[in-house]
Design a protein around this ligand. Sequence first.
Ligand SMILES: [Mg+2]
Length: 331
Amino acid sequence: MSVEAFALPLATPLETAAGRIEEREGFLFAARGGTGEATPLPGWTESLAACERALRDADEKERWSAALAACEGAPAARHAVSQACLDARARAADRPLYRELGGERECERVPVNATVGDADVEGTLSAVETAVHAGFETVKVKVGARAVAADADRLDAVRSAYPRLELRADANAAWDEAEARAFLDATSGLDLAYVEQPVPGVDALARLTSVGPVAADESVVDAGVDACLDAGVAAVVLKPMALGGLDRARDAAFAALDAGVTPVVSNTVDAAYARSGAVHLAASLPDPAPAGLATGGRFARDLVPDATPVRNGYIAVPRGNGHAIGGSAGE
Ligand SMILES: [Mg+2]
């Protein structure tokens, strides 16, 4: 049993609504032959200090159930403990993690989306071209950093150049309701799969569902997946680190599927173990939607060599038992 701290520099600092991120700090939790990652992201999860407290507490427990209970209210810590538990059980059962999670069919790879950051029309088209040439069939364009009309022009240009691309936009709650309506109206002919979190708050999201397809991301954590499903969103973005673990994220995914809503597995700029876990989560779902897991390249250095690289718009599910990386339990 152990709790091991890490700090990993990003290749390029990430600008977010909550500030600039230059490195990701977290913990590896190892117990009884399994390993899991906790990489808290304040705003989405508990603080680094609260995460460490929960993990140290969990580390003293004799049973998985008690260790998991010690992490209630600390979703990143619970993610690490539940991933370690699933990993240990999968290795003992001689099967991959996605099977231990309940995946019922063989899955060799999951589709992922490319993410294109804020840029002018020319820069946006250039970034989309790079993604398409790399084999991505789904592209998510970040919006909300410039005027609504300018963002709509960017999406219009991308759609004109790539008529068959699956196209998503993500505003990270940057707009008020009037701006969100204006964007949805301006892009109504562009066949966008959805606009992710155009506004903060699930009530405003619910009012926008009649204007165009919207997805919940931040609201899934703030308000809970059930409230987002009740709001009538087209898709829910599921970040296992923020939801308290792969098991809870999978429950949320099936609640969405039961409601006819698309679950999209994503992550909170997690390191190699948690990214592998999220790939297994997507692999455990029937016909997974393109996932937000093409983020390994953000790291200048990682805990282990990237076990989930993107090839042609897909990530191959790591082969082997458990999450199949990192070399614990003799793998
Ligand atoms: Mg988002």
